[in-house]
Design a protein around this ligand. Structure first.
Ligand code: NAD
Length: 738
């Protein structure tokens, strides 16, 4: 047998070859061209070697595999772009062939005549799970960290290496569709109950069980290659299928508003594939896969949600040459709503935290939030009692600032009030070490202004969390005018340690995320004032791909908070900074009607006691003369939401607030769920072309106001035929790819 870079092959006395996938220099196994080349050779050699009776395939890492490698995917897209420029028809054919490589390899494994058993020792995603499905046996190690999934739809594609054909031939079609159209993770137990795997065993029994399957005479033939095979539930022409398949596209449309071509392609692959012989079905899958790969949605989602997110997570914006900080202690000052949760995520990452508030009682109340979260995780089986106790032991609540003396990083989350923050900054700086980095979690106060209260502005930075902190994956890191490289490096090391994705932005009112969110909510105020029924406002927003309607979102963040922010803008920037109509609406809701949002049970919605569900407040229609819904173009409403947000993102680039398009894209999706199928705010513009976007903005500006007018940067880019990713190339000088 040959030797391999990514695999070892050892054959035992029974003729069972143990193939262990263990890529050098990688923490996780992924599919690369080299991995596929080596797998081809292993297949050829094990088939040719008469001494080999069967193959057990496993991983040498703690997880099994994460699926495809991003460099391979990036390579595929650049190949496509180059070929398309040369010869579009040949490009599609080439893509079809490249996309089919994995499918062919897995099918050859399935039909090689010798039994293959996949011994899945840890998390197994995407292509690696598709490979396992092509093996004749699948054994999975039990363990709460073991997850099995075909998550491709989350990045705009679908399981295109046989997944859409093998899953519905093993599991019933409904479960198969559910699993693949949502990309959900399965526990080993759930995968077994669905029929996707054969056995779940203790980790130390994994390889032996797999070997035993072969010794017991496992047939090297897939069920669908046997004569008379029937899919579970009987395939497409059964009464059960007659219930499922006509409803499936409607359900999908309800969930996705038709925005995700890949999810629809999964339905087509399953429905059409189940009526065909297996090899023809694989070809149908390959055709749809090639089509989906060429969509703007797939390109943009893969770029933002797969490639850029990983790159930012791995520290693409971290200053080079600053040594990595091992955080030994973090201080959190202000144990309120945000501070308490920041302490929790810090302790959950294994870092000791001092949680400070004005009194011991207030600090204890902050720690109680972690106690509640730990108890909830324990009930769900995510934490053992010991792990929960260890996490809580890391949090020390106290009113005593001197406990901060040896902290590497201190984050303040006290009241949003300049005077309170000034006093706290001075109090903290009086006790911390000269090397400690100071971070503010302010959401509205510019960092450079706050840093004026600091004796060490180069060590002063913004680290802006989103609520609920334990769930939101984004953290906005804000550079003040004088913030230094070490402060940025420490902030990013912290964000990486708590496993959040950072975006780094320059200082401005509202930073990046909130500036965009305000535009979203403001557009809804405009629509209400025009007499658009509130239900249409909310539905149009969701149909455009936003996860939460703007009025619902406003209720969540509190209507009186909007009022506070608007008043602060008027005080700081002048009356013209807020539209009088917006201020009047919010003043009416808060001052006259006491409708403050979910927190007091009434805002744009009414919140009756559970189990009744919230519903739009009927009184809204009395505030403005209502339009007939038939006279409102829902398509235009959808565009207005996306365009006004994208324009704001473009302004942040123009003003130098956001300097890397990856951050505007990833930040907009993770921060407020900007229509993920677009790949984010700037990809939305690039995806339709800047010229088209400018024309659309001009049209909207003529009808709905100057805030839609395209900016000088956009006009210039349109004239030059540029995109954000070409003009502000993230891989240009001084920038790092993963
Ligand atoms: P909060 O009122 O719930 O908590 C503030 C806490 O700070 C209180 O527990 C208070 O006792 C404490 N505090 C006040 N003065 C103090 C002092 N001198 N020393 C120690 N503790 C002191 O407020 P919050 O919603 O947690 O907001 C805190 C900060 O986080 C604000 O700057 C806010 O803008 C920012 N923020 C809030 C959100 C949000 O969704 N609420 C999101 C992002 C950022």
């Amino acid at each position: 047998m040959s030797t391999y870079r990514n695999f070892t092959v050892e054959t035992d006395a029974d003729g069972i070859a143990l193939v262990t996938w263990d890529m050098p220099d990688k923490s996780m196994n992924v599919f690369t061209v080299e991995v596929m080349d080596e797998l081809e050779t292993i297949l050829r050699e094990t088939v040719a070697d008469a001494a080999v009776k069967g193959i057990v395939f496993t991983s040498g890492k703690s997880s099994f595999s994460g699926g495809a490698d991003l460099t391979m995917i990036r390579g595929m897209f650049s190949m496509l772009a180059e070929e398309k420029a040369r010869d579009p028809a040949a490009a599609a054919q080439k893509l079809f062939d490249v996309a089919g490589r994995m499918t062919g390899l897995f099918r050859r494994i399935e039909t090689c005549g010798k039994p293959w058993v996949s011994a899945i020792n840890g998390t197994c995603m995407g292509g690696a799970f598709e490979l396992s499905l092509a093996c004749h046996g699948r054994v999975v190690a039990s363990g709460k960290s073991v997850k099995l999934a075909l998550p491709e739809v989350k990045v705009g594609i679908f399981p295109g290496a046989g997944g859409t054909q093998r899953v519905p031939r093993l599991a019933n079609a409904q479960d198969a569709l559910q699993m693949m159209t949502t990309g959900q993770s399965l526990t080993p137990q759930r995968a077994k109950a669905m029929g996707l795997i054969h056995q779940v065993v203790e980790p130390d029994q994994l390889i032996e069980t797999a070997r035993q399957m072969i010794r017991d005479g496992l047939k090297p033939v897939a069920p669908w290659d046997e004569k008379g095979f029937k899919a579970p539930g009987g395939g497409v022409w059964t009464p059960a299928a007659a219930q499922l398949f006509p409803a499936a596209p409607a359900i999908l449309r309800r969930e996705t508003s038709g925005n995700y071509p890949a999810a629809l392609a999964i339905l087509k692959c399953v429905y059409e594939g189940l009526q065909l012989p297996f090899d023809t079905a694989l070809k149908v899958e390959q055709r749809y896969f090639t089509q989906v790969l060429q969509t703007t949605e797939a390109f943009s989602m893969i770029r933002s949600l797969f490639i850029s997110m990983q790159e930012l997570g791995k520290g693409a914006r971290r200053p080079q040459g600053v040594e990595k900080t091992e955080l030994k202690k973090v201080g959190v000052v202000g144990a309120g709503f945000m501070g308490a949760s920041i302490a929790y995520v810090t302790a959950a990452a294994g870092i000791p935290v001092v949680l400070i508030d004005q009194t011991q009682e207030a600090a204890d109340k902050g720690k109680a939030v972690s106690e509640k979260l730990v108890a909830e995780s324990a009930t769900k089986g995510r934490l053992t009692k010991e792990e929960g106790a260890a996490l809580l032991a890391l949090i020390t609540p106290t009113p005593d600032y001197s406990a901060l003396s040896d902290a590497d990083l201190v984050i303040e989350a006290v009241f949003e009030d300049r005077a309170v923050k000034k006093a706290v900054i001075e109090q903290i700086e009086a006790v911390i070490a000269p090397t400690t980095i100071f971070a503010s979690n302010t959401s509205t106060l510019p960092i450079s202004g706050l840093a004026e209260n600091s004796k060490r502005p180069e060590q002063f930075i913004g680290v802006h969390f989103f609520s609920p902190v334990e769930k939101m994956m984004l953290t906005e890191v804000i550079l003040g005018k004088q913030t230094g490289d070490r402060a940025l490096a420490v902030a990013l090391d912290f964000v990486a340690r708590i496993r959040k994705t950072p975006i780094v932005v320059n200082d401005t009112r509202g930073f990046f995320v909130n500036r965009c969110v305000f535009r979203y909510i403001n557009e809804a105020y405009d629509m209400l004032a025009e007499g658009v029924p509130a239900a249409m406002v909310e539905n149009a927003a969701r149909m455009s791909g936003m996860p939460v309607g703007p009025l619902s979102l406003n209720d969540e963040v509190a209507v009186d908070l909007s009022q506070k922010i608007m008043k602060a803008s008027i005080a700081d920037l002048g009356a013209s900074s807020v539209k009088p109509g917006h201020m009047a609406l919010i003043d009416k809701l808060v001052n006259d009607l006491d409708r403050r949002g979910r927190k007091n049970g009434k805002g744009f919605y009414d919140y009756p006691p559970k189990p009744a569900r919230k519903s739009l407040w009927p009184g809204l229609k009395d505030l403005y003369p209502q339009k007939n819904p038939a006279d409102v173009d829902i398509g235009v409403l959808k565009q207005r939401f996306l365009v006004t947000i994208a324009l704001e993102a473009a302004r942040t680039v123009e003003e130098g607030i956001v300097t890397d398009p990856r951050e505007a894209d990833v930040g907009s999706i993770l921060g407020f769920g900007f229509a993920p199928y677009t790949g984010g705010t700037l990809s939305y513009i690039d995806g339709m072309g800047v010229k088209t976007f400018v024309a659309l903005s001009e049209k909207l500006a003529a009808a709905y106001g100057d805030h839609f007018a395209p900016t000088p940067l956009l006009m210039d880019m349109a004239a030059k035929g540029e995109t954000f990713y070409s003009r502000f190339d993230p891989y240009g000088e001084g920038r790092k790819a993963a």
